[in-house]
Design a protein around this ligand. Sequence first.
Ligand SMILES: NC(=O)C1=CN([C@@H]2O[C@H](COP(=O)(O)OP(=O)(O)OC[C@H]3O[C@@H](n4cnc5c(N)ncnc54)[C@H](OP(=O)(O)O)[C@@H]3O)[C@@H](O)[C@H]2O)[C@@H](O)CC1
Ligand SMILES: Nc1ncnc2c1ncn2[C@@H]1O[C@H](COP(=O)(O)OP(=O)(O)O)[C@@H](O)[C@H]1O
Ligand SMILES: [K+]
Length: 483
Amino acid sequence: MIGIQPVDKIRAAEREFAEANPDVNLMLRAADQVAELAERMVPSGTILVVVGPGNNGGDGLFAARKLVRDGRRQVMVWPVAGTAHPQGVVAARQVGIRFLNDLEVGRLLPDIALVIDGITGIGGRTGLPENVHWFAEMCDVLKIPVLAIDIPSGLAAEDHHRPAHVLAATRTITFAAPKLCHLAQPAASACGDVEVADIGLELPKSNLRQMQRMDVARWWPWPTPYTDKYSRGVLGIDTGSDRYPGAAVLPVTGAVYSGAGMIRFTGPDRLADLILHKLPSVTVGSGRVEAWLVGCGWSEEGAEQRFGPILESGVPLVIDADALRYLPKRLPEGSLLTPHAGELAELLGISRPEVEDDPVGKAYEAAERWETTVLLKGATQYIANPFEKRVTLAIAGPSWTAQAGSGDVLAGICGTLLAAGLPAPKAAALAASVQAMAAARKPGPFPPDVVAQAIPEVLVHLAELADQPVLAGDLTPRSIAAQ
Ligand SMILES: NC(=O)C1=CN([C@@H]2O[C@H](COP(=O)(O)OP(=O)(O)OC[C@H]3O[C@@H](n4cnc5c(N)ncnc54)[C@H](OP(=O)(O)O)[C@@H]3O)[C@@H](O)[C@H]2O)[C@@H](O)CC1
Ligand SMILES: Nc1ncnc2c1ncn2[C@@H]1O[C@H](COP(=O)(O)OP(=O)(O)O)[C@@H](O)[C@H]1O
Ligand SMILES: [K+]
């Protein structure tokens, strides 16, 4: 798990560090890391460092000095605000770096091998300075690689929005910890590959975090030799309707391919035939279950009648789609709500843009109101955990997943994991991450059920990562196997 840090925590850590280490210049440390990455990106060619008025520009100027390599590399600086970090300017001038004006930049740009963006960092407000708009567009058109220092200029560190004008980066090097803009879409799409450089700052634990592959590997409920189908978890699924028959098949597909021990389908009989045709391991009719998945494709007719008895069962529920309209005040303990932005807006009685403006805050608000875990779906998936007062971002996948039915499959994966006994926040974070990883293995317009079929391959890799014996399969002792 990686902690995502707000700007005030970064600044506080910087102050503490400076007090404890008066002889260490953090800007030089940051600049060295920027220069080192720039060397890796373009071992030769001219580098243009674009600097703003603050310390982000200071990083850029000291990196420029380092990159000159005793005159063996041509490095130029464009101070976009007129003024720039005074000591940085002196340092750059001392090694003979040429300072350019707008006209010169326009003329020389086609021959630049790399742009280093030191316009604004964590002090940046959303939006690029106006006199740089043309430059950002030219870099894009000319496909010039851009290395952003800390934050691509135009983005604000704690904001997931991507404004119309931003100096989009090929790579971003940030310091100490990622900020929200590096990981949350659409801002993240302007950051390119993000590298987090250690400059020695000590940061407190964050209540905003992002899942890593190793977390998925470690938390996945791997079966053991003691496992049977019941102990792996029986999932009840009541989904689909005449209007949405696919919403019966898709969640079941997600559940089967993520390894549910057993599935009991209790939706309309006609739909059971459809499911069995594709997935004959599913059983039909009620019985004991460890968790329920409800709501996908219910449509309105009869929804409440379907929901009532399931709510009374007392086991944890995955509550998706139409069932979100009929939430009781108190939900069974351990339940999980899986709304997309529109459904969350309806739940909270606000507009969709209000949710899209503050996904972290709104997901958390709903989680607190219903005292339950909320998985807010979308390009970035947020899991709000009101018990430990934190929000986790799932591992992200390709945008091809934005298609009808992906949410149904995801609900099925969540169901498998709740039935396996995982607490809802873990189940949601694992399910969303694994679906994204499966989609990354099948990048393209594959239907959501085909993406679900890639989950076993993802799990094989994760089991290797976690060194899980479950992979061995053949437990024959080596000496016998060799004969
Ligand atoms: N903290 C750390 O641990 C370390 C930090 N380090 C580095 O310091 C950076 C932070 O530096 P910083 O605080 O000086 O702010 P910075 O990002 O340069 O921007 C402020 C300037 O930009 C201006 N401005 C803002 N938005 C604008 C806009 N949209 N359009 C136009 N102008 C805009 C703003 O103007 P003002 O708000 O004053 O009007 C102000 O003049 C950090 O990202 C990292 O690179 C490392 O050296 C070492 C460790
Ligand atoms: N831009 C995107 N990039 C990646 N995944 C996305 C994107 N937009 C949506 N998704 C995924 O698509 C799913 C859509 O869910 P939902 O809207 O409930 O679909 P449905 O109800 O039709 O199944 C979510 O699980 C989310 O993971
Ligand atoms: K920057």
